[in-house]
Design a protein around this ligand. Structure first.
Ligand SMILES: NC(=O)c1ccc[n+]([C@@H]2O[C@H](COP(=O)([O-])OP(=O)(O)OC[C@H]3O[C@@H](n4cnc5c(N)ncnc54)[C@H](OP(=O)(O)O)[C@@H]3O)[C@@H](O)[C@H]2O)c1
Length: 245
């Protein structure tokens, strides 16, 4: 999609400071969207991503908003609307990975995972939909572990990502009357800070014999955000080098 077509359009990326979310923020800005992105712990990375977008001629703002905090989520939407106008696109990328076998998982890790990866996603969709134009686009970042957990100690994470795939189907039905589509990208191993310690080992067991690049996930988000994806909704799209096949 050309920048011209999206000149006045607005995208909000929850968790857009680094990794996959930063790539999506940059890609949507290159597609012509004015981009707001949230972060929780890394203002330096958020500023870097905003600066990179501006250096390329785009418009971007960073908003500190903890996805575990419902008021922060609503505030991020409000700030975006105040700065740029009603939303065309919301990408809910913010997520945490807490590994641990069932005997060892702490209540803190369980609560954080549920609060950010499940409740935070639901509340972000809810808040964004209220301030979104009809025929808008909602995109979640789930995980291929929703289909196959794949590793010992991954029960909590895969459980949260399966919840995302399930909520997307129900919410897609709820928002269909407004023409808003709701789709879920399920990446496999992708090189980011989240996977830094395990990524080289994972590369050897991906059928395509490599891991994903965040820009490859961003390209799929760009498609889902675009005009030509308007007939797809409720889908979970796995992009993982064949890992779960
Ligand atoms: N990398 C992979 O292999 C992979 C595979 C499948 C799915 N995913 C999913 O893809 C998404 C992005 O992962 P990533 O690998 O890019 O991770 P990452 O490099 O760790 O980046 C995580 C991003 O989410 C933000 N974030 C985390 N907790 C947050 C919170 N409570 N409130 C607001 N923002 C929060 C971070 O903000 P700060 O910078 O401020 O901390 C950062 O922008 C996640 O949902 C993850 O589960 C990743």
């Amino acid at each position: 999609m050309s920048a011209m077509n999206n000149a006045a359009k607005v995208a909000l990326v929850f968790g857009g400071s680094r990794g996959i979310g930063a790539s999506i923020a940059r890609r949507l800005a290159a597609d012509g969207f004015q981009v707001a992105l949230t972060y929780v712990s890394r203002p330096d990375k958020a500023d870097e991503t905003v600066a990179a977008i501006k250096a390329d001629g785009g418009a971007a703002i960073a908003i500190q908003a903890d996805s575990a905090n419902p008021a922060d989520i609503r505030n991020a939407v409000d700030q975006t609307v105040t700065s740029f106008g009603l939303l065309d696109v919301a990408v809910i990328n913010a997520g945490v990975l807490k590994m641990g076998t069932v005997d060892a998982v702490s209540i803190e890790d369980l609560d954080l995972s549920l609060n950010v990866n499940v409740r935070g996603v639901y509340l972000a969709i809810q808040a964004a939909a209220r301030e979104m134009k009809d025929r808008g686009r909602i995109i979640t970042i789930g995980s291929n572990t929703a289909i196959r957990t794949g590793s010992v100690g991954g029960s909590v994470y895969s459980m949260t990502k399966a919840a995302v795939a399930a909520m997307v189907k129900g919410i897609a039905l709820d928002l269909a009357p407004r023409g808003i589509t709701v789709n879920n990208i399920q990446p496999g191993p992708t090189r980011t800070d989240m996977t830094a310690e395990m990524i080289d080992a994972l590369a050897t067991i991906v059928p395509l014999k490599r891991v994903g690049d965040p820009d490859e996930i961003a390209a799929l988000a760009s498609y889902l955000a675009g005009e030509t994806a308007g007939y797809m909704t409720g889908a979970s799209l796995t992009i993982d080098g064949g890992f779960v096949l």
